[in-house]
Design a protein around this ligand. Sequence first.
Ligand code: URP
Ligand code: ZN
Ligand code: ZN
Length: 460
Amino acid sequence: MSLLIRNGEIVTADSRYRGDIYVEDETITRIGVHLDAGPETEVIDATGKYVFPGFIDPHVHIYLPFMATCAKDTQQTASIAALVGGTTTWIEMCCPSRLDDALAGYQLWKSKAEGNSACDYSFHMSVTKFDDRTEGQLREIIADGIASFKIFLAYKNFFGVDDDEMYRTMSLARKHGIIVTAHCENAELVARLQQELIAQGKTGPEWHEPSRPESVEAQGTHRFATFLATTGAAGYVVHLSCEPALRMAIRAKERGTKLWIESVIPHFILDKTYAERPGVEGMKHVMSPPLRDKRNHKVLWDALAAGLIDTVGTDHCPFDTSQKLLGKDAFTQIPNGIPGVEERVNLLYTNGVRRGFLDIHRFVDAASTKPAKLFGLFPRKGTIAVGSDADLVIYDPDYRGVISAKTQHVNNDYNGFEGMEIEGRPSVVTVRGKVQVRDGAFVGDTRHGRFLRREATHFQ
Ligand code: URP
Ligand code: ZN
Ligand code: ZN
């Protein structure tokens, strides 16, 4: 089957021009002007629309047993939501706990996705302990096509690693050209502050942020960067939320540490007053690192525009109202997470590109090209070029809409961005040449998504 996308404004991380894109089977085979359609070719008119490379979300949680419950989405529900929102590939955090076997965990996560995803996918492999079996298991997982690890400096006794485990993970990663992604908060300090606040009767969701202050994230970021510099491994801070942590990361970059920075869409759009709303409304906005003081928004947008923040993900992690209420008596029991896989691209376009905070090429770079480059998917993904996978987003900049739980595809009973206006949305979305979204609606195949084997690229 072939496809001709005519007369769109093709925008990549470094180019912008009007043209036609010809797709044969799964691949872009020609780019030009006035291309001819063959007899069996479907023609899509993209006049007045942008054509972007399929967006890549470098940080999602789909299957996640966590905080005495399990995140709500299935691969099917979340991948439909992702595609409607323009995301054609995601990298899911594979997160067995410290009590689980790493290899069995990897196989479990993979089996959940196999044949159940509408978008393409890979995994960051979490290393949540490092014992005698870990090195051999991680080598097997690398050989299966995994090119990134994940470590948690937070979540003591569940996902969190100690210094020795972090050192051994990074040493192994360096040897194999693997990039280590990290959740950077000091677990000890969080545990102490949580205990103190609860003992003082401060139990509501508004105390989640004070239990994990900016300084605690800054310390975690500095600690991660110090270990990277010492081991020579490449690293990536996930969901960086605030100025002090950003300063730590930038200083490390300036010293020559191989470090990249991700922030996630809730931290650009929402602030801690959302978590201070009474009762369950506040609980819906509990994630870690927490939503911060609003003054951080400008800092994050400026750093993103300047390329100091490299990527924008979501940390998509849905828990419904009844799950959030597990923490009604103590904020420490509120399952952490805010979904966003459906909204990321539209919110970034609306609040960044449309409002003049973000150049359109940086937008494409941060939400597609840079994740592809950092995680071993480029140029197969992350660009529009002959030979690349035909993952394309025909984006309608004239669309106007309002985010609502009533119309979302994510398996949840609320939306953390409820009522926010969007100015633009994906009209047509293809994954490897197959039209999965048409007129903004999912029309595709929920089994079309494929596991992406990735090559390690972070040697020296
Ligand atoms: O609150 C969050 N971020 N939940 C998901 C787990 C994690 O830390 O990424
Ligand atoms: Zn995290
Ligand atoms: Zn996460």
